[in-house]
Design a protein around this ligand. Structure first.
Ligand code: GDP
Ligand code: MN
Length: 394
């Protein structure tokens, strides 16, 4: 499945920042706790900071960021982080397996800021976001104290201008020391350059800190690369870490299925991206939540239908399944056979609602009816959504 963006690990994002002149702490990654002592030999400290490398934020809150005051303590911290899946507010209760740990020179933090470059969709422009409430989730700051979230829209034709950086920095209260102000302004320019030249959809530093020694450093780093630009970001492609991907999404990739896992409990199988979006909308309008987006495509084979259905059945969150097919190039009989093949391998234990229309619909219905598959038939998409929502309510 082509995703909207590709996520990088913190250590990879910091490597890119370093290249663009944004200062980051010295560090090294390890994949086992035993490597910690050796890694630390090249790093100033104590203290050292031990950080889980996973594609999820909120690591600090989940015990994925530890400060160590001795090499032994650092090794223990790395061991603990690598041992168990990391649970943070962003991972879900099952957590995420940690394959790598970043060990860094500890930093004496005086002040923490939030700095990010993203696309403002409504303005159709890049926007620099800056806040003196660093270290916290920016959504949280925006909800509680919106006046602390400062923004500068960028005209992509002229690029980032120095006065825009001054607009942001001189609104700080209290003002940092002059040398820190100069650094902050320079870093904003470099962040814009990073964002544009690396085709980022997000480049975020949270926190960007001023140290007690008045140095400015990116203590955390998050970069997402726009998927549509990956063809010209060859070095970025090599940074992709498939271990971070959802196993069901990886499986869908193998069979060329457009599948995205979501948080709800209604499994949906649809042909055509537009119909899949519309189906998700009506599921939500009926008061339920889709467990996935799945567009099996116009010309899906029986094999692809089977694989897609298997993926839905493998998702333990799924409590009901909605099949919404408008047969065109994909014929309804092919769909029916595909579903039956999947049901033969794995028993369908959740209610199944089917709405079929279009090419060979009679034959498709007949195949399903003559099987011993239990399912309900809906006459249209609204009825289908209501039926499926009813199955999971209460
Ligand atoms: P996140 O929780 O996943 O966003 O991980 P961060 O890299 O942002 O780390 C969480 C918090 O740990 C930061 O907001 C800092 O307050 C703290 N932290 C990280 N590195 C250091 C460090 O070198 N020294 C100190 N004192 N605190 C640090
Ligand atoms: Mn952070």
């Amino acid at each position: 499945m082509r995703k909207v963006f590709m996520k990088l690990h913190e250590y990879q994002a910091k490597e890119i920042f370093r290249k663009f002149g944004i200062p980051v702490p010295n560090g090294q990654t390890v994949t086992s706790a035993q490597e910690t002592h050796k890694a630390i030999e090249h790093l100033k400290g104590p203290p050292w900071v031990i950080k889980a490398q996973v594609h999820a934020g909120g690591r600090g809150k989940g015990g994925g960021v530890k400060i160590a005051h001795s090499p032994d303590e650092a090794e223990k911290a790395a061991e603990n982080i690598l041992k168990n899946p990391l649970v943070t507010p962003q991972t879900g209760p099952e957590g995420k397996k940690v394959n790598q740990v970043l060990i860094e020179e500890g930093v004496n933090i005086d002040r923490e800021f939030y700095l990010a470059m993203v696309i403002d969709r409504s303005a159709a422009r890049p926007v620099m976001i800056f806040s003196q409430a660093g270290g916290m989730e920016i959504e949280e700051v925006a909800a509680r104290s919106p006046e602390l979230v400062l923004k500068e829209l960028v005209d992509p034709v002229v690029g980032w201008l120095p006065h825009q950086a001054r607009n942001l920095v001189y609104r700080l209260n209290p003002l940092p020391a002059p040398e820190s102000i100069r650094e902050l302004i320079a870093i904003m320019g470099r962040l814009y350059k990073t964002f544009i030249q690396s085709d980022c959809s997000l480049a975020e530093i949270n926190p960007l800190v001023i140290t007690k020694e008045k140095k400015v450093l990116a203590v955390d780093a998050k970069i997402n690369i726009d998927d549509s630009a990956l063809f010209r970001q060859k070095e970025m492609q090599a940074l992709d870490d498939p271990r971070e991907k959802d196993p069901l999404e990886l499986k869908a990739d193998q069979y060329n299925l457009n599948y995205i896992r979501l948080d709800g409990n209604i499994g949906a199988m649809v042909n055509g991206a537009g119909l899949a979006m519309a189906t998700m909308d009506v599921i939500k309008m009926a008061g339920a939540e889709p467990a996935n987006f799945l567009d099996v495509g116009g010309g899906a084979s029986e094999e692809m239908i089977t694989r897609g259905f298997e993926i839905i059945l493998e998702d333990k969150k799924v409590k009901a399944i909605l099949v919404n097919i408008f047969g065109g190039i994909l014929r309804c009989d092919v769909l029916a056979r595909g579903i039956l093949a999947a049901a033969e391998k794995k028993e369908i234990k959740v209610p199944l609602i089917v709405r079929l229309k279009g090419t060979n619909v009679e034959e498709g219905r007949k195949i399903l009816q003559e099987s011993n598959l239990k399912f309900l038939v809906a006459k249209d998409i609204e009825e289908a959504a209501e039926m499926v929502a009813k199955q999971v309510s209460g």
